[in-house]
Design a protein around this ligand. Sequence first.
Ligand code: SF4
Ligand code: SF4
Length: 124
Amino acid sequence: MKMLPTILSNLFSAPATRNYPFFVREPFAGARGELINDIDKCIFCGTCARKCPSQCLEVTKDKTEGTWSLSFFSCIGCGVCVDACPVNCLSQKTTHRPVATERAVITMRGKLPEKPAKKTEAAQ
Ligand code: SF4
Ligand code: SF4
């Protein structure tokens, strides 16, 4: 009998949880979600990969092109790479990447920035 008030209260009150996935709460402002790279601004310096605590980033380059890869199942969304990027080409959405059933790596390629031409004696 001691439980009766609690049982009745639970029966006639609204649920304490949301009926996910039919009702999804809006993300908080500043929430750290999906990692995005504006690859046209990336200079492939590798700073993000060196700083990433999850080791889920890989940056390689040759003479003209670079590759930036993210193993997104390993990303913990900490934002360390976003803060470390010297050209601010990394950002995070407030929402998370859609669920996936297979592990995958996102790979993006881009051109390396052109080096400034060496000064000639005539130009000095
Ligand atoms: S730190 Fe920024 S510029 Fe450097 S490789 Fe990473 S994303 Fe590209
Ligand atoms: S958000 Fe954190 S875990 Fe994800 S790639 Fe950047 S540094 Fe690595």
